[in-house]
Design a protein around this ligand. Structure first.
Ligand SMILES: Nc1ncnc2c1ncn2[C@@H]1O[C@H](COP(=O)(O)OP(=O)(O)O)[C@@H](O)[C@H]1O
Ligand SMILES: [Mg+2]
Length: 325
């Protein structure tokens, strides 16, 4: 299991003396590659503070923030800035795109700031835009796009390059519910296909349902964790609890697929034999001897049955295969 973000005993106090505000108090949180963790909690509970600290945009009062093994707290300002450009992507409610730059220029910006050559940066930016399904909007300016499209640009900018940590603070707050749902689906997909670790602040249970895990903050304290909300996903939560990580999830899905293949084979051979027997009985012709039709069963029906069963299973609510959709 590879931990991308490991927050240890994180405390952030604003101000001093009697007016001091404990925005975060001794928070521990680890997020693995391919994991989507939702952070919920009432307004003022410290959700944004947790994200800005984890993203290196704010310095904690005490504690450790390890991003891919590097403690942000110990870094000098310039190193921290480089870490943010290379390793950490952030997405906010209000997109924060630069209006004077086109979509592809916005996405390429962190790379160019990091010294990547313009042409190379543009290529990578185009790839990131394609990953979020908006390659065709590359030359448009932010004001010529819908909210959902702008948020996709912001996500592309957050994942461009080799960044494995994406921090999103209410990314759907300014979107209608349908667009919000597609943005969540996109984040989920980035976790599953690229192994990106996502921390998502949200106050909508509907959105938290996309997460592998939900953590709750209250007055700066992490008060509890739970698995995903839909019961079909409770299996995943159990797996996560015993330390199963994305790699294991893939093994499990592979085992399911293998089992389906076996069932398909048995069915194919069985139906082939039955066909052979029936045709021979009906026609009384030696050409329709059982072995020929069994062969037909194996060659034609086995893949058919296997594919059919696999299709049925992906329609089902089994979480492993549903995620692969
Ligand atoms: N720069 C700041 N100065 C003083 N207090 C702050 C500052 N930023 C946040 N806080 C306080 O820290 C607490 C947590 O804030 P925040 O992380 O923004 O909460 P949330 O995102 O959950 O609404 C709040 O009580 C807030 O007033
Ligand atoms: Mg907030």
């Amino acid at each position: 299991m590879s931990v991308v973000l490991d927050v240890r005993a994180l405390t952030r106090v604003h101000g001093e003396g009697p007016t001091a505000v404990h925005a975060l108090n001794n928070v521990d949180l680890a997020v693995a590659a391919g994991e989507l963790v939702a952070v919920m909690g009432p307004s003022g509970s410290g959700k944004s503070t947790l994200l800005t600290c984890a993203g290196g945009l704010d310095r904690p009062t005490s504690g450790e923030i390890l991003v891919e093994g590097t403690d942000l707290v110990t870094l000098a300002a310039a190193e921290l800035a480089a870490m943010r450009r290379r390793r950490i992507g952030v997405v906010f409610q209000d997109f924060n795109l630069i209006p004077a730059l086109t979509a592809v220029e916005n996405v390429a910006l962190p790379l160019e700031l990091d010294g990547v050559r313009a042409r190379q940066a543009r290529k990578q930016a185009e790839r990131a835009l394609a990953e979020v399904d908006i390659a065709e909007l590359a030359e448009r300016f932010p004001e010529e796009m819908s909210g959902g499209q702008r948020q996709r640009i912001a996500i592309a900018r957050a994942i461009v390059g080799e960044r494995k940590l994406l921090l999103a603070d209410e990314p759907t707050g300014a979107l209608d519910s349908e667009t919000g749902e597609t943005v969540l689906q996109l984040l989920r997909d980035r976790c599953d296909s690229k192994g990106i670790a996502v921390v998502l602040v949200t106050h909508e249970a509907r959105h938290a349902a996309w997460a592998d895990r939900v953590v709750y903050l209250r007055d700066g304290v992490l008060v509890g964790q739970s698995g995903p909300l839909p019961s079909a996903d409770s299996l995943l939560a159990t797996l996560a609890a015993v330390g199963a990580q994305p790699r294991r999830r893939r093994y499990f899905a592979a085992a399911q697929a293998w089992l389906l293949g076996q069932i398909g084979c048995l069915l194919g051979v069985g139906v082939g034999a039955l066909l052979g027997y029936t045709t021979r009985t009906l026609t009384r012709s030696p050409y329709f001897a059982v072995p020929w039709l069994q062969l037909l069963g194996i060659v034609v029906l086995v893949p058919l049955f296997a594919a059919g069963l696999a299709w049925l299973m992906t329609r089902s609510r089994l979480p492993m295969l549903r995620r692969a959709e």
